[in-house]
Write a protein that binds this ligand. Structure first.
Ligand code: UD1
Length: 420
């Protein structure tokens, strides 16, 4: 079994550059199915979620590979209309393929998707959006059979601004005749990046990043070479790694505008931060202060993908912090693991009250989801003694060699094989 072994107590310092965002690249890989020529995504992160998506694209008949640091997808061979079960179950983002497959083939069959076990994660909004575009959907034996022969532009009004459902409808509508309008769309920066990507292929999408996205169907898209936006969640995780060790340094290649909620929380905890368009500098106090209240919510609110890591900071801050997880209903699986390290946390439903302790101690802990796993590593960085984090495969879904990035900042951390 692979674990990450962290020797706590080192103050992290230095500069580090972040790569392209997982949550931008995954929908772009799906949208590549719509292209009339080859698509090249440069500097795509070397993470297992991307590898799984490439594998799915290949099983659908596309050429999809990583070559010379870029992802190359030739969608001309797309023939399969059914997503392979085994892979779709591994990857929640496989649901994104529904929209582009309908756009290209006017038919798609998928099973219910998998992904991190952080809540029920239904797909009703995805299906609602597609129905508004005239897709006929039958759900039988755990399969979702979609018939898009009568697809047309339509108006969608989401009750909740789901990131994936917004992206799925955008992709389904690009090659669909007429105008599609999405009201109460999600406003995450990755959605704006998807719009840029689609328009670079010759699509006509406007309004991403606001509550209303308008897609005018075009007849054809061409291939493109594109570089996705930087990963704001990896950037936030690295900033918090500096912060939890009382460190000082900078994260390069990220736009501070995409991380305003996280930066505000770190300032509340006593960090000095300088923001610019291409880098964020942070200088942490020797002991962090608790924050009054943190609530996760859709962008530009505090990202749920930074909740667990920020809780790690709160466990050793001076005072008590309250965290409300409003986006996913089961995203506190890191709490009992922090408990093994001496943290004092009380959970009631979606609320966690974290009473900061002077120090954590090392322990053997288990990652139950991607960001929760990263949070345990952060806790290990400041704990006394040695922390061993199991469940590394979950961390590898979204971080390209997290241990290498932290070691570059001075952490004592290694991936080791141990007997299970
Ligand atoms: C995306 C991100 C994920 C992030 C999340 C919220 C990608 C690949 N993943 O996930 O990292 O944590 O946004 O910022 O971009 N919901 C429904 N019905 C639906 C769809 C969603 O009820 O049809 C609910 C979900 O159960 C969840 C909430 O809406 O409680 C948010 O989900 P959504 O915004 O769709 O997240 P994802 O696109 O899955």
């Amino acid at each position: 079994m692979r674990i990450l072994r962290v020797e706590g107590g080192r103050r992290l310092c230095g500069q580090i550059r972040v790569g392209c965002a997982k949550n931008a690249v995954l929908p772009m890989l799906a949208a590549s199915l719509l292209a009339g020529g080859p698509v090249r995504l440069s500097d795509a992160p070397d993470i297992s979620d991307v590898e799984h998506m490439l594998e799915i694209l290949r099983m659908l008949g596309c050429c999809a590979a990583r070559e010379e640091g870029e992802l190359r997808i030739d969608p001309s061979g797309l023939k399969e209309e059914a997503l392979p079960d085994r892979l779709a179950k591994k990857l929640r983002s496989s649901i994104f393929l529904l929209g582009p497959m309908l756009g290209r083939l006017r038919r798609a069959v998928v099973t219910y998707p998998g992904g991190c076990d952080i809540g029920l994660r239904p797909i009703d909004l995805h299906l609602q959006g597609l129905r508004a575009l005239g897709v006929r959907i039958d759900e039988r034996n755990g399969q979702i059979v979609c018939d898009g022969r009568a697809m047309h532009g339509g108006t969608v009004h989401f009750d909740y601004p789901s990131v994936g459902a917004t992206e799925n409808v955008m992709m389904a509508a690009v090659l669909t005749p007429g105008r599609t309008v999405v009201h109460n769309a999600a406003r995450e920066p990755e959605i704006l990046d998807l719009q840029r990507f689609i328009n670079a292929m010759g699509g006509n999408v406007q309004g991403a990043g606001t509550h209303t996205v308008v897609i005018d169907g075009v007849r054809r898209l061409q291939g493109v070479q594109y570089r996705a936006m930087p990963d704001r969640i990896v950037a936030g995780t690295l900033l918090e790694a500096l912060a939890i060790t009382g460190g000082e340094g900078a994260v390069l290649g990220v736009d501070a505008q995409d991380l305003t909620a996280v930066i505000a929380k770190l300032r509340e905890m006593g960090c000095r931060i300088q923001e610019s368009q291409d880098r964020i500098d942070l200088c942490a106090p020797s002991r962090l202060k608790a924050f009054a209240h943190l609530q996760t919510s859709p962008h530009p609110g505090f990202p749920t993908d930074m909740q667990a890591q920020t809780m790690a900071l709160a466990t050793v801050a001076e005072g008590s912090s309250v965290i409300m997880e409003n986006v996913f209903e089961n995203r506190f699986t890191h709490v009992p693991e922090f408990g093994r390290m001496g943290a004092d946390i009380l959970v009631s439903g979606r609320m966690a009250v974290v009473r900061g302790v002077p120090a954590l101690h090392g322990a053997r802990v288990t990652a139950h989801d991607l960001r929760g796993g990263a949070a345990l590593v952060l806790a290990g960085l400041c704990a006394r003694g040695e922390t061993e984090v199991e469940g590394v495969a979950l961390i590898d879904r979204g971080y390209a060699c997290l241990e290498g990035q932290l070691a570059a900042l001075g952490a004592s951390i290694a991936r080791v094989d141990v007997e299970s």
